[in-house]
Ligand binder design. Structure first.
Ligand code: NAD
Length: 380
């Protein structure tokens, strides 16, 4: 079977395979072709890939490789014109939020393609090494602190000097999933005073274990789905949350928001009143921007400063700031997935509807939809 890795479209700069994973695929009996320059933003040259056993495909021969590949590996879904070239029964594996890209989904169906959506890999211990959402969120959490600090004109740790003592900066993290927990740990390592809040009370222990303080707000009943995702708050609960957070925002130097709700737009938590209470020069880093953002007035894709002097960072895709590390982890997740699905006897990928990984992430089976009903169940 032939794997093809086309170049990502700008602004994506991560790459789906590394020389190390090329070697692993080759050992399994798969051959790998990669478009020229695909790894450049991760400091991986064509020569590196070639030495690992990959064939380098020139831009002129890209179409031919799209038409003949059995497995397409990508970070983000291919463009419609590229999808239209795929052969029937080929596998397309990438992040793919099918609800957001209905035209791409229709084109995949028309091509009779198999589509695996990496966002839907189950969040189980068994699936951990294939969980690209977690590996990339983890890096985004790390980057969020560095980005916030780059805008903050203050030091993060307490510094005792002959000229006086600088107090530690205060960081407030809203939403303690994978990204939030890494943001807390990173800010703590850099010496900040860190507080955090999440609607799932079970994360209090994790917050404490990395040395931060968990903020308690009485919101009444808050629920999680069977998969461990937070359920949406009611409008009244959200309003109560905002009111309770005004003071803590007012004394925080950096607020990092990561709050998401499975299958829905992100809740808008930071309202104008909270921004108005914040000190000029303080920073909000919104990690939920790709899901609609947690902050009122945020401009997706941009970093702006309010009239009042608060920086709102909404650039998004924060993990791209460490593209070499992000590519390394992403490629490793994909490789673990292929190793799981690979059947040496048939030299094909597994097509088992009941497979613990495939059952949740296999959107299209040779163009036939198979996930919609199950996703509705997961969200309930
Ligand atoms: P996510 O990106 O979906 O959401 C981020 C956080 O926002 C969550 O912790 C959520 O509770 C929180 N949130 C939602 N609404 C909020 C609000 N109004 N105020 C404050 N916080 C709010 O989360 P994720 O990082 O993808 O993790 C989702 C779940 O999956 C978690 O339970 C996590 O522990 C679990 N998980 C498990 C594994 C595993 O291997 N077992 C791996 C990764 C994640």
């Amino acid at each position: 079977m032939q794997i093809f890795v086309p170049r990502e479209n700008s602004p994506e700069i991560r790459v789906a395979v590394t020389p190390e994973t090329v070697r692993k695929f080759t050992k399994l009996g798969l051959s790998v072709a990669i478009e020229t320059g695909a790894g450049l933003h991760s400091f991986l040259s064509d020569n590196d890939y070639q030495s690992a056993g990959a064939q380098i495909v020139s831009a002129e021969n890209r179409s031919q490789s799209l038409q003949t590949a059995d497995i397409l590996l990508h970070v983000l879904p291919l463009e419609i014109a590229d999808i239209a070239q795929l052969k029937p029964h080929a596998w397309h594996i990438s992040f793919f939020d099918a609800f957001r890209y209905p035209e791409a989904l229709a084109q995949f169906q028309q091509q009779q393609t198999n589509v695996i959506s990496l966002e839907r890999i189950p969040r189980t211990s068994f699936a951990q090494k294939m969980d690209a959402l977690s590996s990339q969120s983890n890096l985004a959490g790390y980057v969020s602190v560095l980005q916030g600090v780059a805008y903050l004109r203050k030091t993060l740790p307490m510094l005792v000097t002959a000229a006086g003592t600088l107090q530690p900066a205060r960081v407030f993290v809203i939403g303690v999933g994978v990204a939030g927990l890494q943001a807390i740990a990173t800010a703590k390592r850099l010496g900040a005073r860190v507080e955090a809040f999440d609607t799932r009370p079970e994360v209090e222990e994790q917050v404490r274990s990395v040395g931060a303080k968990f903020m308690k707000i009485d919101l009444g009943c808050t629920e999680s789905t069977q998969q461990g995702y937070a359920k949406a708050l009611t409008d009244e609960q959200l309003q109560r949350q905002r009111e309770a957070m005004i003071d803590i925002c007012a004394h925080s130097d950096v607020v990092i928001t990561t709050a998401k709700v499975f299958g829905r737009k992100a809740p808008q938590i930071i309202h104008q009143a909270m921004l108005a209470a914040m000190k000029p020069g303080s920073v909000v880093v919104d990690l939920a921007v790709e899901a609609g953002g947690n902050t009122e007035g945020l401009v997706p894709g941009k970093n702006i400063t309010t009239d009042h002097g608060v920086h709102l960072l909404g650039e998004g895709y924060w993990e791209r700031k460490v593209s070499a590390s992000a590519s390394q982890l992403f490629a490793s997740n994909l490789c673990a997935l292929i190793e799981h699905l690979w059947e040496p006897q048939t030299q094909q990928l597994r097509r088992d509807e009941n497979d613990p990984i495939l059952k949740d992430c296999w959107w299209l089976n040779d163009g036939q939809p198979r996930l919609q009903n199950r996703l509705k169940l997961l969200a309930s």
